[in-house]
Write a protein that binds this ligand. Sequence first.
Ligand code: 6GU
Length: 228
Amino acid sequence: MMRIDILTLFPDMFQGPFSESIIRRAVDQGSVEIFLHDIRDYSEDKHKKVDDYPFGGGAGMVMQPGPIAALMDKLMAEREYDDIIYMTPDGQRHSQHLANQLSLKTNLIILCGHYKGVDQRIRDHYITCEVSIGDYVLTGGELAAAVVVDSVVRLIPGVISDETSALTDSFQDGLLAPPVYTRPANFRGWQVPEVLLSGHQAKIDQWREDMAWQRTRKLRPDLLSDES
Ligand code: 6GU
């Protein structure tokens, strides 16, 4: 059983993505427990303030360390965490490799920043891993955290019914996935490739491998080179 604790000022942003489809089923069947914690509940301020102006001036607000540290301390006293992840555009780029690694963990904390982010001292003293989902700026870490959680939870054994399904994803073997087709074999005169109807499994496997290579060479040649 995997446990994920998400620390956020906007817990409602996760309701949609976590209440549908595969992630919902993973939660319902007990493959993962996801706890949403509202950082504002840990504010000691009489107005429940959680952010303040940056020292040294400048635009935007910074999330104060107090409420986040109080929440982290409470969780860390209850159990051991494998990783304490901070979602931030300057983190390491998320990838299938990282998703695979995280799917093997037992207890994870994911901290979502908002506004200009969290006070650096939280990053220095609590965070073990900083993750970005790409080179563009979101209003906060919440959507990025939902992306990371989705990519991780679907890899937990038993979450995707067909055991091999996650293994045949794009990127899982460093290549894009081959094209897929279903019934009808002839749709508006557009035919499914004949090899897929042949019943010859070795030929089908070879065709899929060839198509995966062709597709990757055409669409994502960077995946085939040694760099990046
Ligand atoms: Cl993790 N956070 C924010 N605010 N923006 C992002 C991101 C994270 N990853 C890409 N853009």
